[in-house]
Every structure is written in C-alpha cells, then in structure tokens.
Design a protein around this ligand. Structure first.
Ligand code: KG4
Ligand code: ZN
Length: 347
C-alpha cells in the first residue's frame, strides 16, 4: 500500500492525515482555530499563521501515531501550497519541506481547491471522468471541468463573496455567531422561508455566481433601510429586536436563496457541458438543504452526483493526501524549491 502524509494549513485549520492508496484514511487530525478567531467574527491571518506554527508538528505527530505507522513508512509528503492565506500556507509548506528533506521522501504540492474534489474518493466512490466539479467553501465558489482529477478548467466562479463567506456574514447579521454556516443550517431547520430574497444572476452565459446582493438584501430586510444621521448610516432595527422564530425564518429564507443560486449555476453548467458525473466538495457541502437539492439534481439530469462525507467537507488533510497520491502515482513530484501562492487554478 502506498502511504501519503498530507499537510493542510491554508486557512484556520491545522491538519495532517495519513491515507493509503488515495482512499483509505488511516488518520485524519484537524486542529480547529475557531476559538481564536471567534471574538473577531472572522479569520485574522496573523493569528492563524502563528497558531499554525505552534500546532503543525504536534498535529503531524498525532496523525502518524493514529495511523499506527512510523514516519519512515510514508512514501511521499503532500502539502496544500495554494490557494489560501499566504502566511498560513507557508507554515505547512515549510513543515512539509523539512520532513521531505530530513526523511529523503518525495514532496508533492497540491492545489487546495482541486483537492476538495478528491473528498468523495475518500468514501471509496468510483468516479468517472470527465466530471463537473462544484467547489463551495468559505473562500471559493467554483464550477470546474475535470478531464481527470488533475486536468481542470474553471468555467465559472463567484464574482464577489464565496458562498461560505455569505453564510458567515448572514449569521453575523442574524447575530447567530461565527462560523456561521452550521448555525444558519440549524436555525433554518426550525424556520420557514417566508421572505422573498433575490437569487442574483451575473451577466453573460457563464455560470458565475454572486452572493453580495443576497447578503445586502438580508441586511436591509432584517435591519430596515439605513438613514443618514450626522453623516453616518444608521439602521432603524436590530436582529436583537426579532423573536427566535423570526430569526429562524430569515435564516431559512437566506439559506434557500443561497442554495438556489448554487443549484442554478450548476444546472446551467450541466445543460451546456457533457460530463459523466458531478463531483462536489468544500465546507458548504455540509449544508443539509444543499445536499438534498443535489440529490434532486441527480434525478433531474439522470447523472451521478458524488458528495463527500460530512467529515471531509470542511478543510482537512485527508483530501490533500488522497489527491497527492493521484499526482504521485501519475509521475508528479515537486522540488524543495516550491513555495506558497495565494492563488490557485480556480481563483
Ligand atoms: O472548505 P472550508 O472548510 O474552508 C475553505 O476552504 O474556505 O469551508 C468553510 C466554510 C465556512 O464559511 C462555513 O460557514 C461553511 O463552510 N459551512 C457551512 C456549513 N458548514 C460549514 N455552510 C453552510 N451550511 C453548513 N452546514
Ligand atoms: Zn477549503
């Protein structure tokens, strides 16, 4: 069995995993930094990179221990080196290089967004290509054509906020806390989508996405139209003024509009491209309504839709190790000169 050690540090999760033959997850350690960023209502890059420095080697050690292997048993080291927060990425890249050099093991640089689309492979699903890839996460909302897992063309993406970012901002407007996706999901399950919110469309035929208009419509719906007072915009209302049921109804209305926007883009791409399946990944795939609607897409288009297990939706290193295995076994290997980049194939 070929064992790959994966390392992930692109945003605020410090993660390491050992995966056998691309799909057998032997260990999957994720150290979340949520509590460090909570008071700021979003990821603070400097805090994130400092926390990665403290956590990276303990997390790698735990991944090796939980996999019940020795570092020497590893065949190659894969690291997410793009896209993401540059200071965060550099910590994982430096750790991976140090391990590759000291152990004399091959190093493989992995695009984090493309790796999200490896997540369904971790459930041992057999995926047929060409496939249409849908990545919906905190930093990205992209539609990708995959000739194979590594030959990728971006055919659509968000022109403003990412879907996960919109969920996070909606939760802030509704004063549900951060990170917001799961909180909106929970509130929506107790509410009804009684408010008509827009499903913003972009100009042209490309299946691009836009979420900032939806977020603003929610803001004005919840807090009313702002008025200028002493040159400042002041909202007449606050989410505090709403009952629990009213908050839940707004959450359900927002969630339905956001999920419809994602599904509309996907249907546009499916109508204009010939593919054998849909493969999806990213934190927002944990959303219950999105998962239900993607199953409906499978029936409407008579196409297989591969979804990741919820553990592998949000950032993790098993997807990095799994995709690293694909690259490694297809002759791909990087030098110790690799660096990190804030941009990737789909951004
Ligand atoms: O993939 P991910 O861990 O990070 C990036 O690569 O960006 O995705 C994190 C995002 C966050 O914005 C979070 O609010 C969102 O995924 N998320 C959800 C749910 N669970 C996590 N969004 C909607 N519904 C959920 N259940
Ligand atoms: Zn991600």
């Amino acid at each position: 069995m070929t064992l790959i050690l994966g390392i992930e540090s692109s945003c605020d999760e410090t993660a390491a995993a050992v995966v056998g033959d691309g799909c057998l997850v032997r260990s999957n350690i994720v150290a979340s930094q949520d509590e460090l960023h909570l008071t700021y209502g979003g990821v603070v890059p400097e805090i994130a990179s400092r926390a990665h420095v403290e956590r990276i080697f303990p997390v790698v050690q735990e991944a090796i221990k939980n996999a019940d292997v020795q570092l020497d048993d590893i065949d190659a080291i894969a690291v997410g080196n793009r896209p993401g927060l540059i200071g965060s990425l550099l910590v994982g890249v430096a750790a991976a290089k140090a391990l590759a050099w000291t152990l004399g093991k091959p190093l493989i640089a992995v695009d984090h967004v493309i790796a999200h689309l490896w997540a369904p492979h971790l459930s041992n699903e057999s995926i047929e290509y060409p496939a249409l890839g849908l990545v919906v996460s905190g930093g990205h909302t992209s539609l990708l054509l995959l000739e194979d897992p590594a030959t990728v063309t971006c055919i659509g993406k968000t022109i403003d906020d990412a879907a996960g970012e919109a969920f996070d901002k909606a939760a802030t407007i509704l004063q549900l806390g951060w990170p917001g996706g799961q909180r909106i999901d929970n509130a929506a399950s107790k509410g009804s989508p009684i408010h008509a919110l827009p499903r913003p469309k972009t100009k042209g035929n490309r299946p691009d996405f836009s979420f900032s208009g939806l977020k603003t419509a929610l803001l004005y719906g919840v807090r009313g139209n702002p008025k200028k007072v002493d040159g400042k915009s002041v909202f007449p209302n606050n989410a505090n003024d709403l009952s629990g049921q009213e908050i839940n109804d707004w959450a359900a209305s927002f969630q339905l509009a956001a999920v419809d926007s994602i599904i509309n883009g996907l249907h546009n791409a499916l109508s204009n491209n010939t593919v054998r399946c849909v493969v999806a990944g990213g934190g927002v795939l944990a959303n219950s309504l999105l998962r239900t609607k993607l199953q409906a897409t499978a029936e409407t288009f008579q196409i297989k839709v591969h979804l990741p297990q919820s553990t592998y939706c949000v950032d993790n290193a098993a997807m990095i190790a799994g995709f690293g295995y694909y690259l490694f076994t297809n002759g791909h290997c990087d030098s110790l000169n690799i660096t990190a980049s804030p941009r990737g194939i789909a951004s």
